[in-house]
Write a protein that binds this ligand. Structure first.
Ligand code: SF4
Ligand code: SF4
Length: 440
């Protein structure tokens, strides 16, 4: 049984912000007297509101370490609101885990920055959802939080902490991703992880208006692939597993470094040259979608034939099948950052196969967006849950995928977002609803 590679732990549900796209269902709930959005959290005790106590938290860290050496991502809510967060991080580091902290950055004062650097946290991921205060603050629901997050970023940077920017792209911000990329470079971030909205929690409230269409998503992912290939900053498309279909297909055609026209990422005109390569398959793209190539359906098919593109899952043995071992190496080749475990890009959806999410109350989920509990660490050892949960076993068997994902030649490098399938179709094994690709 392969051990988890990434364990996300929601250390607390308390948060000082109320972001439009929060995964938590109750994030829009009323504020408590101290102005914090506690959502199941009571001030004064880290064990209240159902959260794991300090003792249980340290036990959990030990249990995670027993499964191997996954990266442990301490998230929230806002993890810096948990008073024992540095004790937890320090214990995890002492047990050999690579620890990352996911924060909104607004609470990183000098004292917090000092403790983060001192306790051995390898990377801090700060969420910035726009390159300026107006866009970020509107998204995050609080004026001034952009400046506070930047100040926190600077304090950590000065202390030599590795920094990642997490940015969520919606239809409203799609046209600004190039700006966001430049901003991340100027800030000196080590990584830029681009998140696609998943219609869960508050994300469901703002969908579908803010959700990217399949065609918009294809263009964004193609743009990310190109930027990743430039190697100026570690890039990762998070929770957009089709990225790996695109990166692999483009890599096959050797087009990744040759693409042009990314200015059209938010304007409806993708990199046309990459399109020609990325379209090289016997599959098609949904009508009205630009496809991986940004080409109309017929063009994609003609491009594939003209360039000798192999059919995903089809019969070009010289190029190999997408699901063969070569797939991962090609995707890695498309990601100069792939060697860094904290930004490693290996395949699409890892829910239940390489990733899991542990809620503040100890419930284990395949990922933070797929609300199907696999068990609670208060009742069963973490390892036992990871190794035997029927839901996780389902997710590890690509033969159980349904619809077009089930017959797709890219299913081993992509697999489709199981959370979107669940949110839209009520079945986590159903076909991914926001993929433009139509396998043969
Ligand atoms: S199901 Fe997979 S792709 Fe979808 S949100 Fe979870 S980890 Fe990301
Ligand atoms: S059909 Fe499913 S497995 Fe194939 S590329 Fe689309 S989302 Fe991925």
């Amino acid at each position: 049984m392969p051990p988890p590679r990434l364990v996300f732990w929601e250390t607390t549900r308390a948060c000082n912000l109320r972001c439009a796209h929060c995964r938590r269902l109750e994030a829009a709930g009323p504020e408590s007297a101290d102005g914090l959005n506690r959502s199941g959290y009571s001030a004064g005790s880290v064990s209240s509101g159902g959260e794991l106590s300090s003792k249980d938290a340290l036990t959990l860290v030990g249990a995670v370490a027993e499964t191997g050496r996954p990266i442990l991502v301490l998230s929230g809510g806002e993890p810096l609101l948990r008073p024992d967060i540095f004790d937890i991080a320090g214990r995890a580091v002492s047990l050999g885990l690579t620890v990352s902290l996911a924060t909104n950055g607004t609470l990183v004062d000098d004292a917090a920055a000092e403790q983060i650097a001192a306790c051995g946290i390898r990377r801090v991921a700060i969420s910035l959802d726009g390159p300026d205060a107006a866009s970020h603050d509107a998204f995050r629901g609080e004026a001034g939080c952009f400046d506070k997050a930047l100040a926190g970023f600077g304090r950590l940077k000065r202390r030599g902490v590795s920094l990642q920017i997490n940015t969520t792209v919606t239809r409203g911000t799609l046209g600004r991703v190039e700006e966001m990329y430049g901003f991340a470079l100027r800030l000196g971030a080590d990584a830029l992880h681009v998140f696609s909205l998943v219609p869960v929690g508050c994300g469901a409230e703002i969908a579908p208006e803010a959700m990217l269409s399949a065609a918009e998503s294809e263009r964004l992912l193609l743009w990310i692939a190109r930027k990743a290939a430039e190697g100026r900053i570690q890039m990762k498309a998070t929770c957009a597993p089709q990225y790996f279909r695109i990166a692999q297909t483009v890599a096959w055609h050797g087009k990744l470094r040759d693409t042009e026209g990314t200015a059209g990422v938010g304007a409806g005109r993708p990199g046309a040259e990459a399109a020609a390569g990325a379209g090289g398959s016997a599959g098609r793209y949904a009508k009205g979608s630009a496809g991986a190539a940004g080409m109309p359906d017929g063009e994609a098919r003609r491009g594939g034939a003209a360039r000798g593109g192999s059919a995903p899952g089809g019969g070009d043995s010289r190029r190999g099948q997408p699901e063969d071992a070569r797939g991962e190496s090609l995707v890695r080749a498309a990601h100069p950052s792939g060697g860094d475990a904290l930004s490693a890009a290996t395949k699409g959806c890892l829910a239940g196969t390489g990733v899991c999410f542990i809620s503040s109350a100890g419930e284990v989920f395949p990922c933070g967006y797929l609300p199907i509990s696999c068990g609670n660490v208060r009742e069963r050892p973490f390892r036992e849950i990871w190794e035997s949960s029927p839901v996780l076993l389902d997710l590890r068997d690509p033969d159980r995928l349904k619809g077009k994902c089930g017959r797709c030649g890219f299913k081993l490098v992509c697999g489709g977002c199981r959370a979107r399938a669940y949110a839209v179709r009520g079945d986590y094994l159903a076909e991914e609803p926001s993929c433009a690709y139509l396998p043969p």
